[in-house]
Design a protein around this ligand. Structure first.
Ligand code: GRF
Length: 235
């Protein structure tokens, strides 16, 4: 096979369930990204054990070991170079990265956020969604830019907010969608079907066969907006 898989490193701080979803997807040799390492800023992140059990190299780079935020990010940059990273995937990495680091990786670094951006940037998205009374919630994969949760959107998945939902039920429903969306978005990025162009995401090479309808709504090749589809659970 001539497939050049993109060397991808995942940054985590905690549980690592999205990381596990990416590792599982990339276990398929036909997947266009290969997970070559996991870096955590927390030595006790449960995700580290999950990565190790899947045979993925891990590295801990804590903030406490470094004199400044800049020095911490420089150490992460060095670790990324050592892994030979081509793509960085943030998966529950709970620290804001310095502008210099982000600019170095801009267009090659993606993140998953548990809300339909640009709504509900930041933390506690599910409780804030419940408090706002919205009926449709979801998650977003986007390119990382210096402004928090602000970069060009690659893909979104929507889930309904049910009348009886509380934070645990709603976050569980969104998390399930995250675990499907993030591998799909990484696949699109790694195979060159999405790229960051200025402040926008450019899409190319789409065909119905890759299931665009499931992850990008409305379909980029059609004009009409299918409201019924937008309101359904996607993917
Ligand atoms: C996810 O909800 C993700 O969207 C957000 O942080 C959470 C991380 O969960 N950025 P996990 O570590 O992937 O389980």
């Amino acid at each position: 096979m001539s497939l050049q898989r993109k060397r991808t490193v995942i940054l985590i701080s905690g549980r690592g369930s999205n990381m596990a979803a990416l590792i599982d997807a990339a276990a398929d040799p036909a997947f266009p990204a290969e997970i070559v390492g996991v870096i955590s800023d927390k030595a006790n992140a449960p995700g580290l054990g999950i990565a190790a059990s899947r045979g993925i190299a891990t590295k801990v780079v804590t903030r406490a070991e470094h004199a400044s935020k800049e020095a911490h990010d420089e150490a992460i940059a060095t670790a990324l170079d050592t892994f030979g990273a081509e793509i960085v995937a943030l998966a529950g990495y709970m620290r804001l990265l310095t502008t210099g680091f982000v600019e170095t990786w801009q267009g090659r670094m993606i993140n998953i956020h548990p809300a339909l951006l640009p709504s509900f940037k930041g933390l506690d998205t599910h409780q804030r969604a419940l408090d706002a009374g919205i009926r449709v919630h979801g998650c977003t994969v986007h390119f990382v830019t210096p402004e928090m949760d602000d970069g060009p959107i690659i893909a979104q998945a929507a889930v309904p907010v049910l009348i009886d939902d509380d934070e645990p039920t709603l976050s569980a429903r969104v998390l399930k969608a995250e675990h499907r969306l993030y591998p799909l978005a990484l696949k699109l990025f790694a195979e060159g079907k999405v790229r960051m162009e200025g402040s926008r995401t450019a899409f190319s090479g789409f065909s119905d066969s890759i299931g665009t309808d499931e992850i990008v709504s409305p379909h980029p090749a059609r004009d009409e907006i299918d409201l019924e589809q937008l309101a359904r659970i996607t993917p």
